[in-house]
Design a protein around this ligand. Structure first.
Ligand SMILES: Cc1cc2nc3c(=O)[nH]c(=O)nc-3n(C[C@H](O)[C@H](O)[C@H](O)COP(=O)(O)O)c2cc1C
Ligand SMILES: [Mn+2]
Length: 460
């Protein structure tokens, strides 16, 4: 297929050369690569970075593929405000994969003693991370019960030259497949895809039904079916144009420690037990490019939010007809949703906040009017400070499950302090203007004048 990682990098070079930076100097995979990324991020610079030389590996490393919505838009060849609609549509109507006889991912086939992680530049990102992680891998697995395929990103710590962890949160499809397989005493065949067109990682975040295959979503996102070839050692179709595929088995009888790891809450997630993936083969392009995601930068959250925005908007629109738009901002670490409504009567703001909290595991929903730009965090804060009263505009709901990594999570009261810290309190904020008495108008120069002004006539 036309859409692969190289095609994306080429088109980026043509369409937005300022968004692609090549690092020629050799860097260490331990901390140095992520330090470059971090230093740029604090300067608000988020180009795709291509590291030519990473110590210990022949493979170049690209990162920051998803550092902003503009990156996603470039990858899908749509404008930034069309990204969510395209995603929601692709999630609803996948384009089935197409089986081909072979592809560049089979340039090099490593099996047996040769199939080790030693060639791959796995990156250690944060100072206290447990070790080198594979952070961009999209794991395709087959449900042993139904035979159906599923894919998601579940981070992988290198635990030996031939094994990785498979870190799955309890509510994802992957975890469901594994717990059913475990009950049947079966292991699960899988293949981890590393490096492809950005639509692969985007599609991996779709939140459809178990059985809606994420590679079909990828096909719909780029309007071209994904070419697949059979893996060598497992019964899984893998993308023919990927950079690298790691084949193996997810064991259901073994656990390993995963963590600490700097994750998208921007803290270290403590060590927790994770499934174990045992490698049976590795195939890759002869000049494979490795793809890394820096989880404590914006890219994890940009990707993650896309999956949420795509489904939550559709669900919410059914219960809240006055809904205009939603946004899951990077600053909320995936826990915050901005909901924009066209309010008709008082009370709808609180209703919309309740519905939004119900539509997904957001910790906080802030509802604003249609005159507030929900892509501007400062404007949402402004609405909160000028359109709310703490005792009327805000409600809390204790004892809800938001995330197992909430550092302030508390145990269910029956469990006392010994229980898992799984519960969080949800927060709803209605920052819409009260209808009555009439709310003051927003003050500005005549709108027609300032919005159409040709600035070049006034300043250079
Ligand atoms: C960069 C990135 C890293 C992620 N890491 C994990 C992870 O380690 N464990 C996990 O359960 N989900 C992780 N996720 C979220 C899952 O990939 C996401 O929920 C996906 O939709 C799960 O697919 P599934 O429901 O088909 O299993 C990550 C998401 C992103 C964007
Ligand atoms: Mn799925």
């Amino acid at each position: 297929m036309k859409h692969d990682l190289r095609y994306f990098l080429q088109s980026l070079k043509k369409q937005a050369p300022e968004l692609l930076r090549q690092v020629k100097r050799e860097v260490s995979p331990q901390w140095e690569l992520s330090a470059v990324q971090k230093r740029l991020e604090v300067q608000k610079r988020l180009p795709v970075l291509s590291f030519d030389r990473v110590t210990g590996s022949k493979m170049p490393v690209v990162t920051n593929l998803f550092a902003s919505r503009a990156h996603l838009a470039l990858a899908l060849e749509v404008s930034p405000d069309e990204v969510v609609a395209r995603f929601a549509e692709a999630q609803k109507n996948g384009l089935p994969t197409k089986t081909v006889s072979t592809g560049p991912v089979k340039d090099i086939v490593l099996q047996g003693d040769e199939a080790t992680l030693s060639k791959l530049p796995l990156i250690t990102h944060c100072e206290k991370d447990a070790g080198p992680y594979l952070t961009s891998g999209v794991t395709v697995m087959r449900d042993p019960e139904t035979g159906k395929l599923n894919a998601g990103i579940y981070r992988n710590l290198r635990t030996s030259p031939t094994s990785l962890t498979m870190n799955m949160a309890p509510l994802c499809h992957g975890a469901e497949i594994l717990s059913r397989a475990e009950a049947e005493g079966q292991h699960v065949q899988a293949a981890i895809i590393v490096g492809h067109h950005p639509a692969l990682c985007m599609a991996s975040q779709q939140r459809g039904e178990l059985g809606d295959f994420e590679l079909d979503t990828m096909g719909a996102l780029v309007e071209e079916p994904v070419d697949v070839v059979p893996a060598e050692t497992v019964d899984i179709p893998v993308p023919a144009d990927a950079e690298i595929v790691i084949e193996g088995t997810i064991r259901t009888d073994t656990w390993a420690d995963d963590g600490p790891f700097g994750d998208y809450w921007l803290y270290y997630a403590p060590a927790k037990r994770a499934r174990v993936f045992e490698i049976t083969a590795i195939t890759h392009r002869h000049d494979a490019i490795f793809h890394d995601i820096f989880n404590v930068g914006p890219e994890h959250l940009v990707l993650f939010s896309l999956g949420m925005e795509g489904v939550v908007f559709d669900q919410l629109k059914r219960i809240v007809p006055e809904l205009q738009a939603i946004h899951v901002p990077v600053c909320g670490s995936g826990n915050l949703v901005y909901v924009q409504i066209k309010k008709g009567i008082d009370g709808q703001g609180i209703n919309a906040a309740l519905a939004a909290l119900g539509a997904y595991r957001f910790k906080c929903a802030i509802v604003v009017d249609e005159d507030v730009d929900i892509y501007d965090d400062g404007k949402v804060l402004w609405a909160m400070m000028t359109r709310t009263q703490a005792d009327r505009s805000i409600f809390t709901v204790p004892g809800s499950y938001v995330s197992r990594v909430d550092p302030t999570g508390y145990p269910a009261w029956q469990m006392g302090d010994e229980g898992a810290r799984l519960l969080s309190t949800r927060l709803g904020i209605d920052a819409t203007k009260p209808m009555d008495p009439a709310f003051p108008e927003v003050a500005e120069p005549p709108r027609e004048l300032w919005t159409t002004l040709d600035l070049a006539r006034y300043i250079d």
